[in-house]
Design a protein around this ligand. Structure first.
Ligand code: SF4
Length: 341
């Protein structure tokens, strides 16, 4: 994790985004790929930092379409009509732009899927033949002239540069964000990353312990193994200085939260919280809570239902350890993300 955190907890939640996803007319054909969730639903909660690598690298609008060619681990960016090679210019641009983004303290990035610049995964990479396809050629013709059917193993050149520079920053593609589970996971991670950046401003041992304590249930819902490892890391008395220690913790935390939460893991956490409330509840309330958690396990109600009930008991009975758990309020309720998982 980069150590450039500089401001406090009220910092804006700033996200990088492929410009076309917010409706900017920057695509090769002058169009856009506006995504309603990003531009309408999420927008009030974040500050967008739009980037169009191809336009900012000087390729213009409209422009010749490009695709990736050659070795999927180090592909070249080639014009589909002229065969013009944009690789060096794009790599140079990407390195400089990615460096400049460090000053903006991004908490996440949403990339446009399938793009030879912005795609995060499964971007088409064509085998190299050295012969540019003719003007106006169909995709099939282009594929055959470029050396055959593409593999789906590429990553856009800008996305590759960004993820290599900032491996802990949460990233996603707009296509994957259509999936309610992946959407909830990504939003949870960007809010968590912002809290982490605030911690890193003054990462004392006491602050790290408090941070970890508040995130225990959240981590448990993703990875019980990471929960144990991070707990050991927090309490370890080693030679590492607090800042380095906290950065190591932050890297481990973000890796843990990238592991998908599952129904089974949520049920374990909910039962764990119910255990803390147990002494305060009547037998009828205990039965009701157990039934609601089981309804969630069986897929009859979404996660928001048992969460609401445990939160009600935690607040009503002032269960101190649980009241501080981020798990019960990981992102704005208005986004209604847990109504669909
Ligand atoms: S996918 Fe990336 S390069 Fe292509 S138009 Fe959108 S922002 Fe620009």
């Amino acid at each position: 994790m980069s150590a450039t955190a500089t401001s406090n907890a009220a910092r804006p939640l700033r996200l990088g985004v492929s410009s076309c996803l917010l409706g900017a007319a920057v695509r090769y054909d002058g169009g856009n790929k506006r995504d309603r969730f990003l531009s309408d639903v999420l927008a009030p909660y974040v500050e967008w930092v739009p980037v169009c690598p191809e336009v900012e690298a000087g390729m213009g609008v409209p422009r010749e379409a490009v695709h990736l060619v050659g070795d999927p681990t180090a592909p070249r960016m080639i014009g589909t009509r002229t065969g013009r090679d944009h690789t060096v210019a794009m790599r140079r641009f990407a390195a400089a732009r990615v460096r400049a983004l460090a000053a903006l303290d991004l908490c996440g990035y949403v990339f446009k899927k399938d793009s030879p610049s912005c795609g995060l995964e499964r971007v088409r990479v064509y085998a190299a033949s050295g012969t540019p396809p003719p003007s106006g050629a169909s995709r099939r013709t282009r594929a055959s002239q470029a050396g055959g059917a593409p593999t789906r193993r590429g990553r856009g050149l800008f996305a590759a540069a960004f993820t290599a520079a900032y491996p802990s920053i949460p990233v996603e593609e707009e296509g994957r964000l259509q999936d309610p589970l992946l959407r909830e996971n990504f939003i949870e991670r960007i809010f968590c990353y912002r809290r982490l950046r605030s911690l890193l401003v003054r990462p004392t041992r006491g602050a790290l312990v408090a941070f970890h304590t508040a995130h225990e249930c959240l981590i448990l819902a993703h990875s019980p193994r990471a929960y144990a490892a991070l707990g050991r890391l927090v309490t370890a008395r080693g030679g590492a200085r607090p800042a380095a220690h906290a950065r190591r913790y932050g890297d481990g935390l973000m890796a843990a939260l990238a592991v998908p939460a599952t129904v089974t893991k949520h049920v374990n956490v909910l039962q764990h919280i119910a255990g803390f409330c147990r002494a305060h509840l009547s037998s009828g309330e205990r039965r009701e809570l157990a039934t609601v958690i089981d309804d969630y396990r069986r897929g009859i109600v979404p996660l928001v239902v048992p969460i609401r009930l445990v939160r009600h008991h935690v607040e009503r009975h002032d269960v101190a350890y649980m009241k501080m758990q981020v798990y019960l309020n990981p992102h704005p309720k208005e986004l209604m993300l847990r109504n669909h998982v």
